[in-house]
Design a protein. Structure first.
Length: 221
């Protein structure tokens, strides 16, 4: 059985649809930050709901719920305010119903999911050189997000995967990032998918959001 693991969609419906239509899989796992930055929180949540995605809450999702943007930079705050003003009550209820961590059995494999890390589910950034210094749960697979940087590591019999960001890559590659994990063979293959960045960038300007939010998508930074 293969699952598609994604993270940090950030309300970018163009990128999300491009990824989901490019591969076949048996289940969808989402490592948080479903909303924030871009303009389509309701459309993104509708897709995840329709696909019965297994999702955890990210720090941007949390900020939409509690209204606290004090630690965000100016650009992130603008995206958050747009989301707060445009998200539907139904979509907000969806975010409120998400856990900050998941540990489950899926197709016979033990899976743990966090946006940040096991010790700080929402806020800790885990970079590849930190993997060996953290304590990880008893699981076959651990899925994390938050950094917008894709990587995979094998440690103590478990495969640790960050799929990178669907909606705002930051590794220098502007294509949407995701990962296909084969639960039977315990392998993970990252993939990159082109999408219509121009439409997102134009929508950012039309909505009065900081132009940088659109410009950065062309550079993957």
């Amino acid at each position: 059985m293969k699952v598609c693991v994604i993270s940090d969609i950030h309300s970018n419906i163009y990128a999300l649809k491009a990824v989901l239509s490019s591969v076949s899989f048996d289940g969808l796992l989402v490592c948080g930050d479903i909303v924030g930055y871009y303009l389509w929180p309701n459309e993104v949540i509708d897709v995840l709901r329709e696909m019965s995605a297994i999702s955890v809450r990210g720090n941007h999702d949390e900020a939409v719920l509690n209204g606290d943007s004090s630690w965000f930079n100016e650009v992130a705050r603008a995206g958050l305010e747009y989301t707060v003003n445009s998200i539907s009550l139904e979509s907000k209820a969806y975010l409120a119903g998400l856990p900050t961590s998941v540990q489950t059995d899926l197709y016979g494999a033990k899976i743990a999911m966090y946006h940040g890390s096991p010790r700080d589910n929402l806020y800790e950034y885990v970079y590849p050189d930190m993997v060996e210094s953290l304590q990880w749960p008893d699981a076959d697979f651990v899925m994390i997000g938050h950094t917008h940087l894709p990587f995979k590591r094998t440690l103590g019999g478990r495969l640790i995967v960050n799929p990178g960001s669907v909606g705002q890559p930051r590794d220098g590659d502007p294509r949407a990032s995701a990962c296909i994990v084969d639960l039977a063979t315990r392998t993970a293959d990252h993939l990159r998918v082109k999408y219509d960045v121009d439409s997102v960038a134009r929508a950012v300007v039309d909505a009065g959001l900081p132009r940088f939010l659109g410009e950065r998508l062309y550079h993957g930074r």
